[in-house]
Design a protein. Structure first.
Lengths: 346, 346
DNA sequence: GATTAGAATAATAGCGCTATTATGTAGCCG
DNA sequence: CGGCTACATAATAGCGCTATTATTCTAATC
């Protein structure tokens, strides 16, 4: 007489699995799986039976099991400096919209401008065997680069263009933004220029805009230019403080470019308080074209970065790469440019 | 003579697995797994050997395999109306900071205020066996509720409080915001009040603020109040348009509450253009205390919702629930309140 | 020094799904 | 009408990890 077989293992589990669906539809699990992955390969009758079973059982697929079996997931990992920042929020939103259409999920992380955190975030991102990784900017640690290269995952670097690219990139040249701002102010007859910047020590892209600005301004005959900066994140309050410092240190200033529109808005308000006429006595150029810029008084001349387009193009590259996964991956660099919106403030 | 055994299956795989690490450290995979999950249970010598092996091999754990085996993941799924919206961006950032400390990953989705999309997003979220789900607001479809209830996953509803809660909630009462704005204007001696709102048909929380405003205003003796709205999302531009409509339709208006600070900013700019003195002829109250509100000219009286605190508290509840997963889950409702910041505009 | 609790490590058995291969079944041709 | 292709479905064998159970190995006790 055999000893009663003891129940040995007890495992947690999903309530409804693909096996339950298959049983109810009187088909094999393989066919149900196929129904999800390649619906066209399943007959109409089978499809209907499966759909009914799914509905009746309220089946929710387990994407972790699927991803493990397929050795890949439908997750796209996005790492931005900050979600609080309207620029990146716009790009993230666009990415999510476009990727969502292909049933790709967004996993979001932010570095809060601490670049050395990026490696950990990338490591965690790769733990999910993502379909692609989106990074902000071009400067990444050697370890981060190695991790990503070894993983063979498609990479898109966004919001900045430069000389090197890991895989794909979508963005624009920030030094050109600074150059454009300077050129515009000079064209408006301004000779004493300032760049007001926030957090330039951490925000490399803003720093590059400042450099481009200075370069163009100092190469122009009869024009002088300087940078005034503040370590805090950009805000209207910081903009007001910077404007005060500007008129104190450089009373003859007549052209100002700001690292972004928050700063510029602060400048506008502070000039109203100080009775400095814009644009008569002082021309102001911003960066960002934020939601308030066109409605400001005076309306703000600004340089608009195509945050939305960056997201859309990045998504397009990712999707193209995924659909063409057998083909030789080819590098892609998309320069989205930017546009100067000339309004009342200059 | 046996036929040569043909190679049958070929599978994609991770380059370095926990088995490789174990082999290199001359330990079993179990011990390596333990090293990750309960480091204290592994001897110092073993820990060191494992750490060395991980480093040498550049091992990246596969969280999908881990999640599948453990029947749970370290993902927290967050569903907000819009990441473009500074309010939610702040909360998402705070959540991410706090959850990140516990090695919990954020998976983000947005509905763009289309409530009927929420069910699909929740379904996808649940496919990852998340450790928790965070939803915005209290109104969810019956199917969404059922999905979530059946999943037994901890739920936190944020940014709104009301009579019912699915599981846990962190937020405040939006009708009280409207009441506070109205009371404040009345206290400042204003009798002809307006609420300027954007997208009230989709943004239920803004609509509730409007209701609260109207209720309090109309219950006050000698006070009249109306709502003017615009279907577009809130922006300074819309604010300017609404102010124009306001002074046209109600020339005697002397107190305005706005559905948020973008609207209020537009009102301020438009009043500057029209020569309407704030606060002498018109008092303005906003909602949000956005980055520009304190720096505006005049500085904007506004009601500050604690977006950051909401994120922190939500994270706290989630972490507490996860750490106490064996205990009876207990409902929790946290009223974060909000605060009126009295500045120059009223 | 035999006994044993406790700590550390190892073996075992899947988690739920997909990719691959195998099988069955029509449809078509010479 | 045998044989072949194309299509639909099923069987098979894991993906890389964790939870459980089993086995050591140490250290403490009498």
């Amino acid at each position: 007489m055999a000893a009663p077989k003891p129940i040995r293992t007890r495992r947690k589990m999903q309530r409804v699995t693909i096996m339950d669906v298959a049983a109810r539809a009187e088909l094999s699990p393989s066919t149900v799986s196929l129904y999800f992955r390649k619906p066209d390969a399943v007959s109409a009758a089978a499809s209907e039976a499966i759909a009914r079973a799914i509905d009746a059982l309220d089946y929710v697929p387990n994407l972790m099991a699927g991803g493990l079996a397929a050795a890949s997931s439908r997750v796209v990992s996005i790492i931005v400096p900050s979600v609080r920042n309207a620029f990146f929020a716009e790009t993230v939103a666009a990415l999510q919209d476009e990727l969502g259409k292909q049933r790709l999920q967004v996993m979001l992380s932010h570095t809060e401008y601490k670049e050395h955190d990026e490696e950990n975030l990338v490591r965690t991102a790769l733990s999910w065997a993502p379909a692609a990784v989106v990074l902000t900017g071009l400067s990444h640690s050697a370890a981060t680069r190695r991790l990503l290269r070894d993983s063979k995952v498609p990479i898109v670097e966004i919001w900045e263009l430069g000389s090197t690219t890991m895989d794909m990139a979508v963005g624009f040249h920030h030094d050109q933004v600074g150059q454009t701002a300077a050129s515009h102010l000079i064209q408006r007859g301004r000779k004493r220029l300032l760049f007001l910047g926030a957090r330039l020590h951490e925000d490399r892209r803003a720093a590059r805009r400042a450099e481009g600005f200075l370069e163009t301004a100092r190469n122009a005959p009869g024009v002088t230019a300087d940078i005034i900066q503040h370590p805090a994140p950009a805000s209207a309050e910081v903009g007001g403080m910077l404007l005060n410092e500007a008129v104190h240190r450089f009373p003859d200033v007549n052209g100002i470019a700001c690292s972004n529109d928050h700063i510029a808005l602060g400048v506008i308000f502070e000039c109203q308080r100080l009775g400095i006429a814009i644009p008569e006595r002082l021309s102001v150029v911003g960066f960002g074209d934020l939601s308030f810029s066109a409605a400001a008084n005076p309306s703000l001349t600004t340089i608009r970065p195509p945050g939305d387009l960056i997201g859309k193009e990045a998504a397009r590259l990712i999707i193209a790469r995924i659909l063409n996964s057998d083909a030789q991956p080819k590098q892609a660099v998309i320069d989205t440019r930017f546009s100067l919106l000339h309004r009342q403030s200059s």
